[in-house]
Write a protein that binds this ligand. Structure first.
Ligand code: CU
Length: 174
C-alpha cells in the first residue's frame, strides 16, 4: 500500500518534469514561426485585392482628430458639421449623439480609383461593405476615419440608413 502510493507520486513528478522541461521551449518556437507565416500569407492577398497599387494598408492618423456628431432629432437627421475640412494626416471621429443607428459611408462611384483602397483601409475593419462602416446605435459610439495618405480633394459621405433623409456631407482634404 505504502509502496504503491510512492510509485504513483514519483511517476507524476517525473512526467511533469519531462513535459514542462522539454515541450515548452520547442512549442513556443513553433507557435511563433507559424503565426508569422500565417499573418504574412493572410495579409498579402488581402492588400493586393483592391488593385490600388498596394495602398490598402491602413495609414494611422498623424495630425489632429476632428469630432463630427451624428444626430437624429425633431429637426432631422444630420452630421454636425456636415462640411469638414481636414489636412492630409488628420482624422475625423464620427460620434453618435442621437437617432441611431447611423454609419459613415462613401459612395464608391464618387471616390477616385487611386483613393478607394486607402480610404477603405483607413476606415478600419468594422465595416459592412466597401467604404461603409458598421452601424453605430448607442450614444457615444463612434467611427474614426484617417485621412493619412489620402490625396487632396472633396469626398462626399453619407449615413446609409438616413441618406434619403439628407444625412450627408462633404469632407475636403487640403
Ligand atoms: Cu444616420
Amino acid at each position: 500500500m505504502r509502496f504503491y502510493g510512492f510509485a504513483v507520486a514519483a511517476g507524476v513528478i517525473t512526467l511533469g518534469a519531462c513535459a514542462g522541461g522539454e515541450k515548452s521551449p520547442a512549442d513556443t518556437t513553433h507557435v511563433a514561426v507559424d503565426t508569422t507565416a500565417a499573418t504574412t500569407t493572410t495579409t498579402t492577398p488581402g492588400s493586393t485585392a483592391p488593385t490600388s497599387g498596394g495602398a490598402a494598408t491602413a495609414a494611422a492618423i498623424t495630425g489632429k482628430t476632428i469630432t463630427v456628431n451624428m444626430v437624429g432629432d425633431a429637426k432631422g437627421y444630420r452630421f454636425e458639421p456636415a462640411n469638414i475640412s481636414v489636412k492630409q494626416g488628420d482624422g475625423i471621429k464620427f460620434v453618435v449623439q442621437s437617432g441611431g443607428p447611423h454609419n459613415v459611408a462613401f459612395d464608391p462611384a464618387t471616390i477616385p480609383a487611386d483613393v478607394k483602397g486607402q480610404l477603405d483601409a483607413n476606415m478600419g475593419t468594422d465595416k459592412m461593405g466597401e467604404l461603409s462602416s458598421d452601424m453605430k446605435t448607442n450614444s457615444g459610439e463612434s467611427v474614426t476615419v484617417s485621412f493619412a495618405n489620402i490625396k487632396t480633394g472633396q469626398y462626399p459621405f453619407h449615413c446609409v440608413p438616413h441618406l434619403a433623409l439628407g444625412m450627408k456631407g462633404v469632407i475636403t482634404v487640403q
